[in-house]
Design a protein around this ligand. Structure first.
Ligand SMILES: Cc1ncc(COP(=O)(O)O)c(C=O)c1O
Length: 381
């Protein structure tokens, strides 16, 4: 089965004997056992639930992976992976990651005795200098919010030689556009709240991997800490995945049209989108992914245009955090998604106050461009 067919026919088939075309929602916290010695596949829903198992199998199949685990949120997935590390370990991460991930690293690592190093550019980073305490690389590519592209093959090769795990947050791409495991990564993390679920209605997280030992550890930690995806949300996630390829194609073509429009507009200083020919990640993105996604950021020229007037006059771009839903959204990372970064660090890595991030939806691109154009006109000083 190819990707789109798996998206629709993957996961578990109805096992109730009733012929339902959608896998049922098993709203049961616990499952009766037939005898006292041998337990069945499902015992208690924190450990395993049929509806969750169905979507996990689907996600693993889509990525050609051995295993997938579903969580209550993307941060529950990321936290679950961070449980693999302990006192004395060190993690390398790229310099712009989702603000919630940064909040975890900059607050909870210290309490756990884990250290970290922020790497400005993994594409040129000299791995020969890493110390033996480095146990993992955590990266996002394209990154949030600056859409920087990291060479997953290079990082994985260098890391593997040194026994370092590579963890990729693939939220912006999904397995439809990019498969980090095929490029050498060990664990892929997702906020499935975004494109996988696709309708801004649920929170969900995923991890995807091949390795049995790591999988058993993650499963044990998840059962212990409890951040599992509910049966109802598992159903909604599986439903969302059925249209993932269709939606992503449209998100992406809309995003490219908007990126091109913004690049030519005098209210815009710079556009960050790897699908734009002039973007510094353009070539690399073509080598490791089959698409560029639906998120882009741009620097607003505040000297000539008023940013507040612009944002407040948009009709189709909701001013809020998040991405990956069918509707378009706009946010200011410095005060919203990435407010957990200290001001100086934001400045240093380029998350400026006049940076706006667009999560481009699947509306008609001409309506979206018209909307941006009229808001810029109103905002002209
Ligand atoms: C790249 C990325 N990773 C992880 C997360 C966290 O996911 P969640 O909000 O589902 O906990 C987000 C949320 O915005 C994100 O954008």
């Amino acid at each position: 089965m190819r990707y789109q067919t798996t998206a629709i026919h993957g996961g578990r088939g109805d096992d109730s004997g009733k012929g339902a075309v959608n896998y049922p929602i098993y709203l049961s916290s616990t499952f009766q056992q037939d005898n006292m010695t041998e337990f069945k596949e499902f015992v208690y829903s924190r450990g395993n639930n049929p509806t969750r198992a169905s979507v996990e199998e689907l996600v693993a199949d889509l990525e050609g992976a051995e295993h997938a685990l579903a969580y209550a949120t993307g941060m529950a997935a990321t936290s679950n992976v961070f449980e693999l590390f302990q006192k004395g370990d060190k993690i390398l991460l790229n310099n712009n990651v989702y603000g919630g991930t940064w909040r975890f690293v900059s607050n909870l690592f210290q309490r756990r005795g884990i250290s970290y190093e922020i790497v400005d550019d993994f594409n040129t980073y000299d791995f020969a200098g890493v110390t033996p305490d480095v146990k993992a690389v955590f990266l996002e590519t394209p990154s949030n919010p600056l859409l920087e592209v990291t060479d997953i093959r290079r990082v994985s090769r260098e890391a593997k030689e040194r026994g370092i795990l590579v963890i990729v947050d693939n939220t912006f791409m999904t397995s439809y556009f990019q498969r980090p495991l095929e490029l050498g990564a060990d664990i892929v993390v997702y906020s499935a709240t975004k494109y996988y679920a696709g309708h801004s209605d649920i929170l969900a997280g995923l991890t995807v991997l091949h390795d049995d030992e790591l999988y058993n550890k993650l499963r044990f930690f998840r059962n212990t800490t409890g951040g599992v995806l509910s049966p109802f949300d598992s159903f909604l996630l599986q439903r969302g995945i059925k249209t993932l390829p269709l939606r992503l194609d449209k998100h992406q073509s809309n995003a490219l049209s908007i990126a091109q429009f913004l690049s030519d507009h005098e209210a815009v200083e710079q556009v960050f989108y790897p699908g734009l020919k002039g973007d510094k990640g353009y070539e690399l993105q073509r080598k490791q992914a089959s698409g560029d996604g639906g998120v882009l950021s741009f620097l607003f020229r505040e000297k000539a245009y008023d940013m507040e007037t612009f944002v407040e006059n948009l009709h189709f771009f909701g001013f809020t955090v998040s991405l990956g839903g069918v509707e378009s959204l706009i946010c200011r990372p410095a005060t919203m998604t990435h407010e957990s970064y200290a001001k100086e660090l934001q400045e240093k890595i380029g998350i400026r106050q006049n940076l706006l991030r667009l999560a481009v939806g699947i509306e008609d691109s001409e309506d979206l461009i018209e909307d941006l154009r009229q808001a810029f006109e109103k905002a002209k000083k």
